[in-house]
Design a protein around this ligand. Structure first.
Ligand SMILES: [Zn+2]
Length: 90
């Protein structure tokens, strides 16, 4: 199954997200890998409301990454458009 790990503030704004296959890694490993973004300049707080982030792991409806990837790419593009409107300051 494909899972998504999201770093969310209390208002559920998502700072980063990582999709992963439970046949290839554990939630702990996904969290470790996603958390590396914070050592590369991503804020450890919400860029929209300033809330602190916590990680949440949820199973998706997808069985394979091949099934999930078109949806992941569409969401990524929507988020990049939203970021460009806000000004890319987060
Ligand atoms: Zn927020």
């Amino acid at each position: 199954m494909i899972w998504i790990s999201q770093w969310l503030c209390p208002r559920r704004h998502c700072a980063i997200a990582v999709a992963w296959d439970d046949q290839e890694m554990s939630a702990e490993e996904a969290e470790r890998r996603g958390g590396q973004a914070f050592t590369q300049g991503i804020n450890r707080w919400c860029g929209i409301c300033g809330g602190s982030l916590r990680v949440e792991h949820d199973r998706t409806k997808f069985k394979t990454m091949g099934e999930a990837l078109p949806y992941i790419k569409a969401i990524e593009q929507a988020n990049l458009r939203a970021r460009s409107i806000i000004g890319g300051k987060f």
